[in-house]
Design a protein around this ligand. Structure first.
Ligand SMILES: [Fe+2]
Length: 209
């Protein structure tokens, strides 16, 4: 199946509203608040009227199987609720070079982008998407020039950035500044997280080890 433009827009809007609420609540650190404001400003400039239907086609990626245990009871209510019925219909992809030490990694993790240079809603300034990492999988250390904000939707993974590893439960916002090396390791449940990229969004992420 393909994702409907209405469902895609509703999912992006759920992320936008969540970010706006977090900003309004005033509990985030100054750098997170600044980036949330930047994301919201850039999203206001995206044309949502004419989605590129080619990028609304479901990929049939094997990561979808990994997401069957993501439950509606997970804590991140509106955002997760907007995506949950459509996880099987998203344009999941994985585009790193193969890794001999993890030959099946491209089948156990993927991301699906709804706003961005290669997405139904086109932007060269901001991306909005989902990252899925299968249970027990390490997403190895990587970096990219884009500034990245993650919102954990489901799964408490171990997140590493700047050599510090922390468990982040659903609801956590995580900011990765430009070019910081970071990694995530899912535990006994898959990690599902919404992300936003700003800045140099057309440069792909690369593995650092
Ligand atoms: Fe990243």
């Amino acid at each position: 199946m393909a994702l409907s433009p209405i469902a895609a827009l509703a999912a992006v809007d759920a992320v936008r509203q969540h970010f706006a609420q977090r900003l309004k609540a005033g509990k985030e650190s100054a750098d997170v608040a600044l980036e949330l404001d930047n994301i919201l400003t850039l999203l206001a400039g995206v044309d949502f009227a004419k989605p590129d239907k080619k990028h609304l086609q479901a990929s049939g990626h094997p990561v979808i199987r990994q997401l069957q245990q993501v439950g509606a009871s997970a804590e991140n209510d509106n955002v997760l609720a907007a995506f949950l019925p459509h996880l099987g219909d998203l344009p999941w992809r994985y585009s790193y070079e193969p890794r001999p030490d993890a030959p099946d990694i491209g089948e156990r993790m993927a991301w699906a982008e709804l706003v961005g240079p290669i997405a139904p809603f086109k932007s060269k300034k901001v991306c909005i998407g989902l990252t899925a990492i299968g249970a027990g999988l390490l997403y190895p250390a990587h970096n990219h020039p884009a500034v990245e904000t993650y919102l954990v939707l489901s799964g408490t993974a171990r997140w590493t950035a700047n050599g510090i590893t922390q468990a982040h439960p659903p609801g956590t916002l995580i900011l990765h500044p430009s070019n910081i090396t970071h990694a995530m390791e899912a535990t006994n449940e898959p990690l599902l997280a919404a992300y936003a990229w700003t800045g140099e969004v057309e440069t792909l992420s690369t593995y650092q080890e």
